[in-house]
Design a protein around this ligand. Sequence first.
Ligand code: HEC
Length: 475
Amino acid sequence: MIRHTMTRWGYSFAGPGTGRRAEVKASTAVTLSVILLGASSVLAGAGCGSDAATTPAQATAGLTFWQDVAPIYGAKCVKCHQDGGIAPFRLDTYADAKHNAAAELAQVSAGTMPPYFEKHDGTCGDFHAEDTLTADEKTTVLSWLVGPLAEGALAPLTPPPPPTLDGAIELATPVFSPVAQGGKLAAFDEYRCFPMDSPATANAFLTGYVVTPGNATIVHHVLGFIVDPAAPSSDGTSTNAAVMAALDAESPDRIGWPCFGAAGDNVEVSAVPVTWAPGQGVVTYPDGMGVPMRPTDKLVVQVHYNLSSPGSAGSSDTTRLGLRFADHVDRHLAFVLPDPFLDSLSKSPPDSLPPGQANATYTWTKTVRELGLDGVASVDLMAIMPHMHGRGVQQTVRAGSPGAMSCISELDKWNFHWQRFYTYRTQPRVTPDTTLEVTCDYDTSADTAPVLPGWGTQNEMCLPVMMIALPPGGP
Ligand code: HEC
């Protein structure tokens, strides 16, 4: 069932299956008293040079929405929280900000809005964190929220345009009604692959994408694989074109083919430029970088449908993809999706997580060569998108050599609904000999049996999606 789909490095490689779990635990409920405690301790810590006895009332004196808070909300919240934006309410008017103040206090003090969960205090990796709140901004916002919510003198905001991908070519997956496959590894899930013709009319480079599920309740992830139909299949016996035709013919009454492992059993993948999960938004690759695609290539789109929500059985979806191309780039990008926890399904018994533990941990260690990189001196890690399923709590990535490892990514508050690439400001450089150590922390308190890795709702993963820049001048 598991197919390793390592391809020639220098182009890209895909790890085996990359399923996602649908169910998430109810988000951590924070009681108001805890929130207020949290908020006042922030205030105390920031207390304008005075002692810890500074009260919220003193600290908030004089703060107004328009003069103090609106500039921060305008820069950090309104791209989503505006009329027609993706968030459920606006934050660009005083009335809306005041009306939702209790929720803003809860989210901002908990650090869950804006949705940015990568540690960025300089102790683990150096990330672009411009879209989260600075400590000062957080103090200002919380101070206003716990105070009398003064309005101040109107100074209207011009909402920034919601993010879009200019010049993108639009594709859509066929309307499809998924059926849960059942079993231990996909109880509520179907993974289906749909082949699409290359939107590139000449040799070109993909430089960004945006994925919009038609039915967000059932679409749990979307991967886009570039496949060269003329290339040999991964078992070497045939071509990709023949393998895909055979897969397609197995279920003539349904569109596409099953594909828990990458683009389908024995389909050799050249690159995985699209890796979408909920919360991601528009992805633009770093300037001057892209993934090569030819007019003769196919884009095989894998959609993970999850039918665990009540009433979702029988529903259908068509998912839109926007792809942006450039004629040339300076550096090729590759996407790596390693998950030795998932790979352990090929062992008997596979690795598993102990049930009934608030702190169940899984750690894997591999050299970058073992993950498929060879033949180049070094590559740069441009961005990272940690991925786990519903029991995930934290994911930490360390890199270096045994005995001299340093932290390069720590995702503190895992939330299935908010997955995105976190982009490095200083890129870790890795060589084939670099050791990667990935630790995933899970909460298995609600489980009574060991938790297996897998593709389905009830399984887990320990996967950092890595965006890697190959050396300039091409592979
Ligand atoms: C990337 C888009 C985005 C940004 C930036 C963002 N939000 Fe949100 N926000 C959302 C979406 C979508 C939801 C609804 C889904 C959810 O709660 O996760 C939401 C929900 C909320 C909620 C309601 C949570 C609840 O109780 O249901 C609050 C309050 C909130 N955001 C405040 C803020 C504030 C304050 C900022 C800026 C400091 C901010 N958000 C920045 C997208 C965003």
